[in-house]
Design a protein around this ligand. Structure first.
Ligand code: HEM
Length: 171
């Protein structure tokens, strides 16, 4: 129960925002893009929560003895975080983000090019983390704890750059 509740909360949050978005479209199409922006931010928060927490789990998992109860528990936590929260929220972030770019006619803006470059790096990191989840699941991790401590900082740096580009729009 305690393992599934964060996943449920994320799915419910995305679902509620999507339903409100659809409802408002029927009621007042002018506000549609603001509701999609709200959905985008909710999805991005869920995605980032996983991108910041998963490498932290790797830090602890890397020193847990293979086959121990602790190690098996980390495997379940990592798999659920990736599949139930990070994968769906990344897809929603991309789909709604691209829709916002199209509806706001932002595709020729420099800030969006910069943001897309950083989000592509973030997505590549997501793919790398998904691979680490598989390696840990097969007890094949070979990276030391220190490696994950350093990697842990990359999503934070990318997130700061992405938020500055989309809010300040410096170019
Ligand atoms: C996945 C690909 C993404 C695309 C294509 C995308 C695109 C966009 C677009 C076009 C907007 C509307 C900007 C405006 O109306 O001024 C927006 C808003 C926003 N995005 Fe993204 N985005 C993506 C991912 C992200 C990520 C990963 C973050 C944070 C780490 C993020 C944070 C935000 C925020 C905070 C806003 C609201 C900005 C405001 O209203 O001033 N986005 N996004």
């Amino acid at each position: 129960m305690s393992d599934t509740s964060p996943a449920l909360r994320a799915v419910v949050a995305l679902g509620v925002t999507a339903v409100l978005t659809a409802g408002l479209f029927l009621w007042d199409p002018v506000e549609l893009s603001l509701w999609f922006k709200a959905l985008h931010v909710v999805a991005v928060i869920a995605w980032m929560a996983g991108m910041l927490y998963l490498p932290r789990l790797f830090v602890y998992h890397a020193v847990a003895e293979k086959g121990s109860v602790q190690s098996e528990t980390f495997k379940v936590m990592e798999r659920r975080l990736l599949r139930a929260i990070m994968n769906p929220s990344m897809i929603v972030s991309w789909a709604v983000g691209l829709w916002l770019a199209w509806s706001g006619d932002f595709f020729s803006d420099g800030w969006l090019h910069g943001k897309l470059a950083l989000v592509l790096l973030l997505s590549a990191m997501h793919g790398w983390m998904a691979r680490q989840v598989r390696y840990f699941a097969d007890d094949r991790n070979e990276h030391p704890q220190r490696h994950f401590r350093i990697v842990n900082e990359i999503p934070t740096v990318l997130m700061i750059g992405i938020v500055i580009l989309v809010i300040v729009k410096p170019f």
